[in-house]
Write a protein that binds this ligand. Structure first.
Ligand code: SF4
Length: 215
């Protein structure tokens, strides 16, 4: 029996068009919800939003750019949602099983610390807030590291095997860090810097202290 090629191609073509339209509708609804959540800080249908960000990130960001909106809002909402999902598990983890990672760019430009296999070795010189924050967190029971990059984080996580992680960094680092933690099944929360960059970055320290002391 001869196979009818033409109707088959038509069928496949129609299926592709319907599927593309379906994805576009999901991306549009996801974008509207993300924009609304960002503006109002009310996160409705968080599962759907996370689904659209995970599956259709590039398309959702393209829609934001199309209407001249900042596409970093998508990352911002994605991080907030992931933080909300992990927060309870993070808090339920004993403090001595939690790790904190600071990026080295938070240090003072004059920082005298030396690099070691455990990251930058703070000598608590007082030139920046990182030293005080590290000391405070360690007194609470956290393991705290100041790291120059993600390769350090991976190595330190392999070595110390934390059950939960609080990562501080720019939006891109936090996004990558949360994805890494999802893969290795470690509960993680990200705290985004108020001002990113290579040096002299800024963190909302009040928010940091409040977060580590709350349980
Ligand atoms: S407090 Fe620590 S991290 Fe900050 S500048 Fe001094 S040695 Fe560097």
């Amino acid at each position: 029996m001869a196979i009818e090629i033409e109707p088959l191609f038509t069928l496949i073509g129609e299926a592709v068009v319907y599927f593309a339209a379906f994805l576009l509708i999901i991306a549009i609804i996801g974008s509207i919800l993300i924009g609304y959540s960002f503006k109002t800080e009310k996160f409705i249908f968080p599962g759907f939003m996370l689904f659209s960000i995970t599956l259709l990130e590039n398309l959702v960001k393209a829609l934001f750019r199309l209407i001249k909106m900042d596409d970093s809002i998508v990352d911002n909402v994605g991080i907030t949602l992931k933080n909300k999902i992990s927060l309870r598990k993070f808090r339920n983890t004993p403090i001595n099983e939690r790790m904190i990672f600071f990026p080295q760019c938070l240090r003072a430009i004059t920082c005298p610390s030396k690099l070691s296999p455990e990251g930058m070795q703070c000598i608590y010189c007082g030139a920046c807030e990182v030293g005080r924050a590290k000391k405070t967190a360690e007194m609470l029971g956290y393991k705290v590291f100041i790291v120059p990059g993600s390769s350090f984080i991976r190595r330190l996580v392999r070595k110390h095997k934390p059950s939960a992680i609080l990562g501080v960094g720019c939006m891109t680092e936090i996004k990558a860090g949360l994805e890494m933690c999802e893969k290795i099944q470690v509960f993680s929360v990200g705290m985004v810097l108020d001002k990113a960059g290579c040096v002299s970055t800024v963190l909302d320290w009040d928010k940091f202290y409040e977060f580590i002391q709350k349980d």
